[in-house]
Design a protein around this ligand. Structure first.
Ligand SMILES: Cc1cc2nc3c(=O)[nH]c(=O)nc-3n(C[C@H](O)[C@H](O)[C@H](O)COP(=O)(O)OP(=O)(O)OC[C@H]3O[C@@H](n4cnc5c(N)ncnc54)[C@H](O)[C@@H]3O)c2cc1C
Length: 371
């Protein structure tokens, strides 16, 4: 199916990573994206690539952890290739993430996360309060201990999305700014999508990668919005060296003196305005972790909608009772940036070669469908 025309609905980090990978594999690709009416969660993300701190408790915990670690490993090539091809920096930093406990209860919680990581062979190291503050001197004297995940990393997701747009267009991809409303079928097969304007874009395969806005094209995958708020401070006067995570806030230093602080979680809330009380609570939690931040000016606050699923794992592949040629790439919840390279790789094989269904089996849409 090397010459096929693949239509991807949704130009967030998942849709665009897949689009770039598919063009690299020789496919003709069109991305349809609704733009401002449905802003991508990707631009709201902090950009942590953090399997060590994002272990899920659901039935797919092991499969998801393995998928996350594979995707983190893919970022090591994906990031420099994207920077080279796009001719711009995406602020990829693979200098680890520090988890810090500010109370006895938090210390117990972190120890509970640390042990299974150690057992799985992750490169993690338990640190004393002195060792933590030696790595990040701006942290409060309240710090009781924590761990360092050597392999966890981060990027700037807004730069990643801009770079993906650039490389996709340069590779000959077509980007259509429009809202898709329904799936076009022929003899029971997916043959394109119809836009709000009534125009139909025809293709051989259709991928739905619409993030939290998944109830489109007569599909009803069990994806729901989980609103997340965050803010950025100007850290020029208190330069943080690396990502620090505490129970109530994480701090992600970015290029240009920006410190991103996140994030709240409000399931089933689809509003896009940041709530001032929740953002203020987040800011207080950050200052509690690093008191010097109280002198930093606020640069920006925002909200985005994570694509949540009932078991916290993504929905990837072909729905069972659906037209041939229809694929889902949805539900990446808290970790779409982390999971984008591996999602793109596996779906490219599935779409172009029909293979790898087993590799995606754990995340197949069929797990939510009646048998
Ligand atoms: C505050 C916050 C912090 C986060 N931090 C991290 C983090 O540190 N690390 C991490 O890995 N992840 C993080 N995430 C999660 C991450 O942002 C998401 O998992 C990821 O962005 C999902 O990408 P996506 O491409 O599936 O969806 P999106 O980025 O939401 O993109 C979906 C696109 O589909 C388009 N669309 C929707 N409906 C239609 C339609 N009908 N027709 C055409 N186009 C349509 C939209 O316009 C949008 O551009 C965070 C999220 C939030 C909110």
């Amino acid at each position: 199916m090397g010459e096929s025309h693949v239509i991807i609905v949704g130009g967030g980090v998942i849709g665009m990573s897949l689009a770039w990978r598919l063009t690299g594999a020789g496919a003709r690709v069109s991305v349809i994206d609704a733009g401002a009416g449905a802003p991508p969660a990707t631009n709201a993300a902090a950009g942590m690539l953090a399997p060590s701190f994002e272990q899920s408790a659901g039935p797919l915990a092991e499969a998801l952890y393995a998928f996350s670690v594979e995707s983190l490993a893919r970022w090591r090539d994906f990031a420099p290739m994207l920077e080279r091809d796009a001719g711009m920096r995406i602020d990829y930093r693979d200098d680890g993430i520090l988890g810090a406990a500010l109370s006895e209860a938090e210390e117990e919680e972190l120890k509970g996360a640390f042990s299974p990581l150690k057992a799985r062979g992750a490169s993690v190291e338990w640190l004393s309060p002195e060792e933590i503050r030696a790595r990040e001197p701006l942290l409060s004297a309240k710090v009781r201990g924590g761990f360092f995940a050597h392999d966890d990393a981060q990027v700037d997701p807004r730069r990643v999305l801009a770079a993906l747009h650039r490389v996709f267009l340069e590779a000959g991809g077509a980007f259509i700014a429009a809202r898709a409303t329904s799936l076009a079928t022929k003899n029971g097969d997916a043959r394109g999508v119809t836009l709000e304007s009534g125009e139909t874009i025809e293709g051989d395969a259709v991928v739905i990668a619409t993030g939290a806005f998944a109830q489109i094209c007569d599909l009803a995958p069990p994806v729901f919005p989980v609103k997340g708020e965050a803010l950025a401070l100007d850290m020029t006067s208190v330069p943080f060296a690396r990502v620090v995570r505490t129970k109530h806030a994480y701090l992600c230093p970015k290029a240009g003196g920006r410190l991103v602080i996140g994030a709240t979680e409000a399931p089933h809330d689809a509003s896009l305005d940041p709530s001032s009380s929740r953002v203020e609570a987040l800011k207080r939690a950050a200052i509690d972790a690093a008191p010097a931040l109280s002198s930093c000016a606020e640069l920006e606050r925002w909200a985005g909608l994570r694509p949540g699923t009932p078991d916290g794992a993504p929905i990837l592949g072909r729905p069972a009772e659906s037209p041939e040629g229809l694929f889902l790439a949805l539900g990446h919840y808290r970790n779409g940036v982390l999971l984008a390279p591996e999602t793109a790789e596996k779906l490219t094989s599935l779409i172009l070669e029909g293979e790898n269904a087993s590799a995606l089996g754990a995340f197949s849409p069929g797990r939510f469908e009646p048998r």
